[in-house]
Design a binder for this molecule. Structure first.
Ligand code: AMP
Ligand code: MN
Ligand code: MN
Ligand code: MN
Length: 292
């Protein structure tokens, strides 16, 4: 199966290769996401739950039931230069034992971290946040800041999740707990050795100096990383241009994905972003033989 047998030329394919289900911190099931993606005109889809591939077989089946093509996906939490960086993996074998174990280890610290977050929130008068967040969790191994944010909105502490992050869940705020995630090298290796492609997610979101950002892309390439998200729900139009240049400078393929989490919370819907700039190599062109 080659991409050209789908319907559109490669760069104007409606591919959405980044979103989240209830298997991590999204609010829709893989089946509901597939239906929504199809309704919005998505031709090639990937579900990329945080540190989790438990939804992959369901997502592939749901994509096929909707008549969409599918790439396996995940979004791995990595610590690089003291900052959390997300690495998207696409087109890997979801049953690869090293990948399965690596992601299990990455998820491992989330329970303890969540209890510490709850302790921090208790100190500023927000009680039982751990129990409150748990009500929003679809996968007990994957409690995330997003679930705390939903609880604080539900209980009236904040109006919306962005406000919760700003006031309570980011560095220096009462519910923030620093956490050590996977190494960049391990994350890229798990994906690559399982037959997939590693991609730097939403690079504009990291608070790196130009030197640190250069180091990220340089080391990412050395470890075998091959792609960067250019058109994502986290980027502005100027950032599409900036990271299109980065893709060319580092010889990386370009990806496109909404990072959709929830109809109530996400600004950008599935399949609704601009197409990739035509002078970039789309990741799906290099992953043509991994498309299901
Ligand atoms: P965690 O993996 O538990 O640290 O949670 C990270 C998740 O929180 C991200 O994947 C986003 O879904 C969400 N998130 C991070 N920053 C913000 C923000 N400023 N506003 C809303 N959601 C955010
Ligand atoms: Mn998320
Ligand atoms: Mn992310
Ligand atoms: Mn994401």
């Amino acid at each position: 199966m080659t991409v050209s047998t789908i319907t559109s030329p490669a760069s104007i394919l409606n591919a959405d290769l980044h979103c989240h289900s209830v298997v991590s911190d999204g609010t829709l099931t893989p089946e509901q996401l597939a239906e929504r993606a199809k309704t919005n005109g998505v031709e090639l889809w990937a579900l990329t739950d945080h540190d989790e591939i438990g939804g992959q077989h369901r997502a592939a089946a749901a994509a096929h039931a909707q008549g969409m093509r599918y790439l396996t996906g995940t979004e791995i939490s990595v610590t690089f230069a003291g900052e959390t960086v997300h690495i998207v993996g696409l087109g890997f074998d979801p049953d690869n034992p090293d990948m399965v174990q690596g992601l299990r280890n990455t998820r491992g610290g989330r329970g303890q971290r969540a209890r510490e977050m709850s302790d921090g929130l208790a100190k500023v008068g927000i009680k039982d946040a751990y129990e409150g967040a748990l009500k929003f969790v679809g996968n007990p191994e994957l409690i995330s800041r997003t679930h705390f944010a939903r609880f604080l909105v539900e209980s009236g502490v904040c109006k919306e999740t962005a406000e919760v992050f700003r006031k309570y869940l980011t560095e220096g705020k009462p519910g923030y707990v620093p956490h050590r995630w996977a190494s960049l090298k391990d994350a890229v290796n798990w994906i690559t050795k399982a037959g997939g492609m590693a991609i730097v997610a939403h690079p504009a979101r990291y608070k790196f100096t130009p030197n640190e950002e250069y180091a990220l892309f340089t080391e990412f390439k050395i470890h075998g990383g091959r792609g960067v998200e250019v058109v994502t729900g986290s980027h502005t139009a100027q950032e599409y241009v900036k990271y299109a240049e980065t893709a060319k400078e580092f010889g990386l393929a370009a990806s496109r994905g909404s990072d959709f989490h929830s109809p109530e919370e996400s600004r950008i819907d599935l399949g609704s972003l601009p197409f990739l700039p035509g002078d970039l190599t789309p990741v799906w062109e290099l992953l043509a033989d991994r498309i299901q």
